[in-house]
Design a protein around this ligand. Sequence first.
Ligand SMILES: [Zn+2]
Length: 342
Amino acid sequence: MLIMNARTDDTGHTESGHPERPERLEAVTAAIEDLHLGDDLLEVAPYAASRSELARVHDGTYLDAMGNYCYEGGGDIDADTYATYDSWSLAQHAAGAGLAVIREMSSRGDGVGFVAVRPPGHHALRDRAMGFCLLNNIAVSAAELTSRGERVLILDWDVHHGNGTQAIFWDDPNVLYVSTHQWPLFPGSGAPYEVGGLHALDTTVNLPLPRGATGDVVRHALLDTAAPIIDEFAPTWVLVSAGFDAHRDDPLAELALSSGDFAQLAQLAASFAPSPGRLALFLEGGYQLHALRDSVSAAVGVLLGSDVASERPTNGGPGIDMVESTRHARVAALRLAYDAGS
Ligand SMILES: [Zn+2]
């Protein structure tokens, strides 16, 4: 069963010409309709995440400032990121949608979660909006889970590095953050030597990949470098920052994945979950509407047992050597950090 947030009217969060636009969620809605889930789809009502739920990962002064900024009409926050009057309520509901989905899954002990919201979240820092993101939706849900004693793997396959999520959980040993991303690319973080803080060494795993990298290279990076660390960490929940902007047709980046690759990545994510009912995808990027629709269908569909990807998985692109050098750089960085900490 797919447990998904019911869609809220997000059309008020929009800026003329901006790629992070309401049509994205229309494409995602169409992608789910394409699966004809019938009774296999359970929609849960999102709600506005409370201040205390948001304050687990955001500074109170930031929450006040962002709320006020929106209620005064909003505007451009930086070169990439905008907010409107409606954005604050929508961002709170986006964060609350994750909590609602996680709680429904917890009470059922079953299902696949999908949190399809905007604005996205993984660039949002504790005290700053960034990269189209106002509140870090996946971090809010991960923090709720760790407050209950869970150990959370956040797998971030968005084409951009989730600098906000990494920073929020940098020194938290109960969250393992694993990111595959194009390198170099916005926001510039996500180097292999970024391995976590002194209390949480080896719980940040960055797997940068060169432009043109194909699905086989992404899978190799995850299996070769991340999988042993994930096994050791033994997550009790797996949350995915599921951006679909690593698709070869996406206008914002230059990785070369297909919808079939996203199906394979979803299966890999599921293999990291300890049992059914412990895997939830959170929408992040994905700006080419056809690619987004196709990729969401493929990824969600395969988790529910249907292979609907219209594009074959890709292979043969560059980056295997970067996976190797990443592994060496991690080992060296960990050695330095352990020496410094001892
Ligand atoms: Zn992205």
